[in-house]
Design a protein around this ligand. Structure first.
Ligand SMILES: NC(=O)c1ccc[n+]([C@@H]2O[C@H](COP(=O)([O-])OP(=O)(O)OC[C@H]3O[C@@H](n4cnc5c(N)ncnc54)[C@H](O)[C@@H]3O)[C@@H](O)[C@H]2O)c1
Length: 368
C-alpha cells in the first residue's frame, strides 16, 4: 500500500514514545504490535509509518536530526536506540505554545516571524511530500494549533490533532476541512488504558447496569513537562472540557457541574513519565443503597497513546486514499476524547471497523 508520510509538530515526550516504539517494531517485525485496533488496517501496518518532517521551537531540538531531538531534554523517553535520521527539525512559530512554567526548560528559539515561517513550512511540507500532520502541541496552544490547521488547509495535508484545542470538533474549522476535501481526526488523543477510557467505561457500566452515578472525580498527577505546563490553570480550559465531556457523554442524564471534577491536578517532578490517576465514583443502587468505587491507575503516560496515534494516522491515510474530506467521525469518536460526535466506545469501534472495510460510513464527506 506504500508508506505513510507524516510530519510531527511538537517533538516532545509523546512523540518520543511513539517514534521509539515505531523503531522498536521495525527492528522486530516478528512481534505483534501491542495497543492497536488491527495489526493490518486496510493494508497498512505500523511499519508503514514514516516521519519525513518535524517542527518544534526548543533551542535544543530545532536544527537537530529527529533522533537527536527525540532524546533532547526535557524529553524523558530513551528506551530504544534510534538510527541516525536524515530529517532535520525545523522552526515552528511559538505563538502561544510555550507557557510560563516551561519557558525556562524549553528555551524557545525565535528567529523568524510567523509569516516568514508559514512560507518555509508550506514549501517544506510539499517538498517532503508530508501527507499527514500529527500535532502534539502543548495544552493551551490555541493559536499555534490554529496555525497548523491553516497549514493543513493550505498544503492539503490531513490533520491528526492529538491535543485539546478544538479543531475537528469545532463546526467552523470542520467545515473548512470538509469544503477543501481534507480529512481531519481529532481532538485530544485517548490513551490505550488511560484515565479517560477507564473513567468512560466505568461510567457506561453504571448506566448499562441501571445504577445512579451521583458524584465523581478524576485527579491526575505526573512529572513531565505536560503536567508542568498544566500548572498554568488558564491554559487548561479546553483540556478540562475535553476530559469532562468524554465522561459526561456516557451518562443518560448529565451529572450536575458541582458533582463532577475531572482534570490534571499537579506536577510531581520525581514521577517523571509515570502518571497516577485517582478516580472516585459514588452513587446509588436498588432502594437508594450507596456504592463507591475508589481506584488508582498507574501508567506510563508516553507509551499510552502511541498505539492510538498509529491507528489515527492509518485512518487518516485511508481517508486520503478514499478521497474523504472533513472530520472522520468514526475514527475521531473511537480514538479521541473530544470528537465532533460522541459515541459509546463499542459503537465507535463498530463505526470505525465499517469505515476501514469501506462499508457504510458515518463519516466525512466524499469529495466529488
Ligand atoms: N500523554 C498522553 O497520552 C496524551 C493524551 C492526550 C493528549 N496528550 C497531549 O499531547 C500533547 C503533547 O504532550 P507531550 O507530553 O508530548 O508534551 P511535551 O511538553 O513533552 O512536548 C511538547 C513539545 O511541543 C513543543 N512546542 C511548544 N510550542 C510549540 C510550537 N508553537 N510549535 C511547535 N512545537 C512547540 C515543545 O518544545 C515540546 O517539544 C499535549 O497537549 C498533551 O496534553 C497527551
Amino acid at each position: 500500500m506504500g508508506k505513510i508520510r507524516c510530519g510531527v509538530v511538537g517533538v516532545g515526550n509523546c512523540f518520543a514514545g511513539l517514534y521509539q516504539g515505531l523503531h522498536y517494531y521495525k527492528e522486530h517485525p516478528e512481534k505483534e504490535v501491542i495497543g492497536l485496533m488491527h495489526q493490518d488496517m486496510a493494508g497498512y501496518r505500523t511499519q508503514d509509518i514514516e516521519f519525513v518532517s518535524a517542527f518544534d521551537v526548543a533551542s535544543n531540538k530545532v536544527g537537530k536530526t529527529l533522533d537527536e531531538a527525540t532524546y533532547a531534554a526535557p524529553n524523558m523517553v530513551d528506551w530504544a536506540k534510534l538510527p541516525k535520521s536524515d530529517v532535520i527539525v525545523r522552526e515552528s512559530p511559538i505563538l502561544d505554545g510555550v507557557g510560563k512554567y516551561v519557558k525556562d526548560v524549553i528555551n524557545p528559539v525565535e528567529e523568524n516571524s510567523p509569516e516568514q515561517l508559514r512560507e518555509d513550512i508550506n514549501s517544506h511540507i510539499k517538498e517532503t511530500k508530508t501527507e499527514i500532520i500529527v500535532s502534539y502541541l502543548p495544552v493551551g496552544s490555541q493559536k499555534a494549533a490554529e496555525f497548523w490547521a491553516e497549514i493543513c488547509l493550505e498544503t492539503g495535508a490531513a490533520f491528526v490533532n492529538c491535543m485539546p484545542v478544538f479543531i475537528a470538533s469545532d463546526p467552523d474549522w470542520e467545515s473548512r476541512f470538509r469544503k477543501k476535501g481534507i480529512p481531519i481526526i481529532g481532538d485530544d488523543i485517548k490513551g490505550q488504558l488511560g484515565a479517560t477510557i477507564v473513567h468512560r467505561v466505568l461510567t457506561r457500566l453504571t448506566q448499562d447496569r441501571g445504577a445512579e452515578l451521583d458524584k465523581t472525580y478524576q485527579l491526575n498527577v505526573g512529572g513531565n513537562t505536560d503536567f508542568q505546563n498544566m500548572l498554568e490553570r488558564s491554559r487548561l480550559e479546553s483540556k478540562k472540557v475535553s476530559k469532562t465531556e468524554s465522561v459526561q457523554s456516557q451518562m443518560k442524564k448529565r451529572i450536575p457541574e458541582d458533582n463532577i471534577h475531572i482534570g490534571p491536578s499537579d506536577h510531581v517532578p520525581f514521577l517523571k513519565n509515570t502518571k497516577l490517576c485517582f478516580l472516585y465514583m459514588e452513587g446509588r443502587q436498588w432502594a437508594d443503597i450507596p456504592y463507591k468505587i475508589d481506584l488508582k491507575l498507574d501508567v506510563d503516560d508516553k507509551a499510552n497513546s502511541a498505539g492510538i496515534v498509529v491507528d489515527a494516522v492509518r485512518a487518516a491515510r485511508i481517508a486520503l486514499d478514499r478521497n474523504y474530506g472533513g472530520a472522520i467521525e468514526s475514527a475521531s469518536a473511537y480514538l479521541m476524547k473530544h470528537p465532533p460526535v460522541q459515541m459509546s466506545d463499542s459503537e465507535a469501534k463498530m463505526a470505525l471497523n465499517y469505515f476501514i472495510m469501506d462499508r457504510e460510513h458515518k463519516t466525512g464527506v466524499k469529495n466529488q
